[in-house]
Design a protein around this ligand. Structure first.
Ligand code: 1HE
Length: 268
């Protein structure tokens, strides 16, 4: 249940409200390993369009069952026997959903377990933070299936792991898991416990920030990556002009000035 979003609109997403405006969004097609059919993509577009203006402070994205997401619904794709134009337009809907995630300004933390493969990795890579556990593994099996990535992996997965590793993953079906996956950038956190618990904790931390700061962090950084250094520096100054003078920040600055605010210390 949540009062922030009308969750009855969604058949393939379970949405529950946690403390402090954090929503837990769970892909709920466990029997199909949360494969992304066209209906689920439409629900993701709808939800991630609504979330930024609905007062949502942070989102944890998870999968039901043992796997985060098996990628493109291959059975639907086979059944539909799509034309090139059909599939291009479908991919544009994937981009619509994932761009809303990456550029929407609401922190999204992906709680990863089991398979994070193909389009499932594309979905995860549109989140701002990825948390994995001991069951999580990453792969891009498109090459083996006679396919190519269509949901942004060429951009986002390449950004995370670099061009050479991205091409290797696609050519050889290489699977990454464990600390190696963190070391190459596929996830920022690896826990021996539950990735969902850790993702929910991180979401609570992010939700403590002012929404306008989070908006800038979860949209401006990505936009600036698409600009020249000169334009990015200019845009950064403009964004900082707006964010760093927000009235809501005054209390936080006052608390620092009167020494009541926490100081930044090394981990003990
Ligand atoms: C599916 C899908 C799917 C499972 N589309 N139905 N992605 C892949 O190449 C990954 C394909 N899936 C797998 O490799 C495995 O299913 C898993 C490793 C994810 C899970 O294995 P397992 O043994 O737990 O499950 P399963 O027995 O393989 O599948 C259980 C059911 O889920 C079964 O349906 P059922 O009705 O026969 O019970 C499967 O058909 C169904 N299922 N994965 C449809 N992907 C924008 S372009 C993006 C391009 C791509 O993403 S290509 C990569 C696709």
């Amino acid at each position: 249940m949540t009062t922030l979003i009308d969750s009855s609109r969604y058949a393939n997403l379970d949405i529950t409200e946690q403390d402090n405006g954090v929503l837990l969004v769970t892909l709920n097609r466990a029997a199909k390993r949360n494969a992304l059919d066209s209906a689920t993509i439409e629900e993701l577009v709808d939800f991630f369009t609504a979330a930024p203006r609905a007062g949502v402070r942070a989102i944890v994205l998870a999968g039901s069952g043992d796997h985060f997401c098996a990628g493109l619904d291959l059975v639907e794709h086979h059944r539909e026997d799509r034309s090139p134009a059909d599939f291009m337009h479908l991919c544009l809907r994937w981009h619509e959903a994932f761009n809303k995630m990456e550029y929407g300004g609401v922190p999204i933390i992906a709680a990863l377990k089991g398979a994070v493969v193909g389009g499932g990795l594309e979905l995860a890579s549109a989140a701002h933070i990825r948390v994995m556990d001991n069951t999580t593994y990453f792969a891009l099996p498109e090459g083996q299936r006679g396919l190519f990535t269509g949901g942004g992996a060429t951009i986002r997965v390449t950004d995370l792991v670099g061009k050479a590793r991205m091409i290797d993953m696609m050519l050889t079906g290489r699977v990454y898991q464990g600390t190696e996956a963190v070391n190459i950038g596929l996830a920022q956190y690896h826990t021996d416990g539950s990735s969902l618990d850790m993702a929910l904790e991180l979401a609570q931390k992010a939700a403590e920030n002012l929404p306008l700061s989070n908006f800038a962090i979860c949209s401006a950084v990505s936009h600036m990556r698409n600009m020249s250094a000169m334009d990015a520096a200019y845009a950064e100054a403009v964004v900082a002009g707006v964010v760093n003078t927000q009235p809501d920040a005054r209390a936080r600055l006052a608390a620092f000035a009167d020494k009541s605010a926490a100081r930044v210390r090394p981990n003990s």
